[in-house]
Write a protein that binds this ligand. Structure first.
Ligand SMILES: [Cu+2]
Length: 455
């Protein structure tokens, strides 16, 4: 994908023209609308100070205009339709056509002016999560400002005093508006583009929905029992791979606006957490890890050298977070002989299948009948078969043949001969089991209740 493809996307071309014709006029900046859920290439700055743009996983960055030295953005809070993965769309609320809203990128030292137009059926505000700013710009409705009523536009304006990874979300009817998908990432780049420079800088939001199988609109009063665990409002197999070129230095940034924590686990490399909510972690304070927990309301950035080629699993380590909605209410059937029950039910329901007696892996390959607009609970295919995942799972692809700056899917990793786990076809397993050591009689006596010994 390139810049041209980005501009060809829904609505974004309108913005390009609008930026030129209206810049300088006393008018609102254009509010581009973009609904394509595919990962868009980095948006390189056309003005202002230079920075190395991020790539938003299954998302995009909000274009801006320069107006008398101030960077102007325009967010449109509005209902959106989001494809969570092929086969399922959801009626969400978001910004500028998408949920999460577009990533906002600026530079340490910038003065930014963000216009927020409310096209929701109720009032809203925007809170700039983690940004140090004047109190009246903090966006807590009622506390720091009046609510933004439907149809109204408010203006936020402040200086970006430090670089790092931040978020934005409403601080008005928060439970409903966040359950509906209103959130986005905010990246402040360092003043010096060489500071902690990486070759690839990915960012995504950890978010969750509770959508009944067969439905399309989230339940808004759910406290903990969410059933769709998303990265940028996408679930596996709808989450794009993070494509890297062998030898790249890579940063992954994430913010958590779900109601639980997510231990992010990356296979194949060691990484170091280099950024937290408060800013960058000094080198002397970092340690190597393969999993980092992102707690509720937190942001984490971690970095690694992509020197180990392959297709590496990258996922939340809570196993029910790598599963889609259907899996959560299934009873445990492991070891249960369902044959008699199946016979009885089959008389009434000829299509009935028994499930789960030997684990649930069979469901990863099965094309089960599902309600409309519902994803299988574990699905997705790799080059060797079903991956049996859902939710917060994708693949970091480290390949030699990826071009610098290219984020398109290079296909599956070609394993060098003799480097894939293989099936043993020699002498079969000996079926007999060895007995354990003989029980010692004195030990047996010692555990007998003493009263019995005397009768
Ligand atoms: Cu999780």
């Amino acid at each position: 994908m390139d810049r041209r493809q980005f501009l060809r996307g829904t609505g974004a071309a309108v913005l390009g023209a609008g930026l030129v014709s209206k810049a300088g006029a006393a008018s609102l900046p254009e509010a581009p609308i973009f609904t394509n859920p595919a990962t868009q290439p980095p948006l390189h700055p056309h003005a202002g100070r230079p920075y190395n743009p991020v790539v938003t996983l299954n998302g995009w960055s909000l274009p801006w205009r320069m107006k008398d030295g101030v960077k102007e953005f325009h967010l449109l809070a509005e209902p959106v339709v989001r494809e969570l993965a092929p086969g399922m769309t959801a009626n969400l609320w978001g910004y500028n056509g998408s949920s999460p809203g577009p990533t906002i990128e600026c530079v340490e030292g910038d003065r930014i002016r963000i216009f927020v137009t409310n096209k929701l059926p109720e009032h809203t505000t925007v809170h700039w999560h983690g940004i140090i700013l004047p109190n009246g710009m903090d966006g807590v409705g009622g506390l720091n400002q009046p609510q933004i009523k439907p149809g109204k536009t408010f203006v936020y304006e402040f200086n970006m005093t430090k670089s790092g990874t931040f978020m934005y979300h409403p601080h008005a009817d928060e439970m409903v508006q966040m359950a509906m998908g209103m959130m986005g990432m905010l990246i402040v780049h360092p003043n010096d583009p060489e500071f902690m420079r990486v070759d690839r800088d990915f960012v995504f939001m950890l978010n969750a929905f509770d959508i009944e199988p067969g439905a399309a609109t989230p339940m808004i009063n759910t406290m903990l029992n969410f059933n769709l665990w998303c990265w940028n409002s996408r679930v596996f197999p709808g989450i794009d791979p993070l494509v890297c070129r062998t030898g790249d230095r890579v940063r992954i940034r994430s913010g958590n606006l779900t109601m639980t924590n997510h231990p992010l686990h990356l296979h194949g490399v060691d990484f170091e957490v280099t950024g937290t909510d408060g800013g960058w972690v000094p080198k002397s304070a970092r340690w190597p890890e393969v999993t980092t927990d992102v707690a509720i309301g937190q942001m984490r950035a971690f970095e690694f050298l992509a020197d180990n080629p392959g297709d590496w699993a990258f996922h939340c380590h809570k196993s029910h977070h790598t599963m889609n909605a259907m899996g959560h209410d299934v009873p445990t059937m492991i070891g249960v002989d369902q044959r008699e029950v199946t016979k009885a039910i089959s008389k009434l329901l000829p299509d009935y299948m028994e499930m789960g007696s030997a684990g649930m892996a069979e469901m990863g390959a099965m094309e089960m009948p599902l309600p409309d607009n519902t994803l299988p609970m574990m699905t997705g295919w790799g080059q060797y078969g079903p991956i049996e995942m859902g939710g917060m799972f994708t693949v970091v692809k480290v390949h030699d043949d990826v071009k610098p700056g290219d984020y398109s899917d290079p296909g599956w990793y070609k394993h060098p001969e003799g480097t894939v786990a293989w099936e043993w076809t020699g002498e079969p397993l000996q079926a007999e089991r060895h007995p354990g050591p003989a029980a010692d009689e004195s030990t047996l006596n010692a555990v007998k209740p003493s009263g019995h010994q005397h009768h």
